[in-house]
Design a protein. Structure first.
Ligand code: ITT
Length: 191
């Protein structure tokens, strides 16, 4: 069956596709010809996830889901949080964001952080929510080249590899998005 993931982020699409499995044909926004940057103006992850999913449902009349993810760093009062994508400013790169976090955390001993993902599904016009979280520590310098975003500076609890040093399947098995996505898949497969 076909389902649209309301994202332009190819990394997210690949992570989701690995979890959804082959019975679902996963299409991201570029695949349905949606090149618009969907507004994300809410001040919560859930608000933004709803905004993205509703945009696709209203414009393309299709079953879809969206994910909004934030990195919450305890010593920074929960920042970058809902502002994770453009933390270092409009048009910034992943590395700009990583460097800004490292600068702000210089000298801080409390390195506790977590990633949170909220997935909103719109199925036959009804909305459903799934959440995932992973706790860990912020590193003092980037490690690894896999993944995306803040992966090189996030060390999940219980592991000695950063997310960017792990292969995709290990990251998916413990990550915020992996956890939320598995709840989504369980729901889809059991309805
Ligand atoms: P879409 O809105 O098109 O889905 P996005 O990249 O803007 O893509 P989010 O708003 O959900 O996605 O994510 C905010 C930022 O958080 C994202 O740009 C990354 O920098 C970071 N991020 C999200 N998921 C991550 C992950 O699994 N590992 C590391 N960083 C992640």
């Amino acid at each position: 069956m076909k389902i649209v993931f309301a994202t332009h982020n190819q990394h997210k699409k690949e992570e989701a596709a690995a979890i959804l499995g082959s019975q679902w044909e996963l299409l991201a926004l570029p695949d349905i010809g949606c090149l618009t940057e969907i507004p994300e103006t809410a001040d919560t992850l859930m608000g933004n996830a709803i905004q993205k999913a509703q945009y696709v449902f209203q414009h393309y009349h299709t079953n879809c889901f969206a994910d909004d993810t934030g990195l919450e760093i305890e010593a920074l009062g929960g920042r970058p949080g809902v502002y994770s994508a453009r933390y270092a400013g409009e048009g910034c790169s992943y590395n700009d964001n990583v460097q800004k976090v490292l600068r702000e955390m210089q000298g801080l001993t409390n390195r506790k952080a977590c990633f949170k993902t909220v997935v909103t599904l719109i199925l036959d016009g009804r909305e459903y929510y799934f959440e995932g979280r992973v706790d860990g520590q912020m590193l003092t310098e980037p490690r690894g080249t896999a993944g995306f975003g803040y992966d090189p500076i996030f060390l999940p609890d219980g592991y000695d590899q950063s997310f960017a040093e792990m292969d995709a399947s290990l990251k998916n098995s413990i990550s915020h998005r992996g956890r939320a996505m598995r709840k989504l898949v369980e729901f889809l497969n059991n309805r």
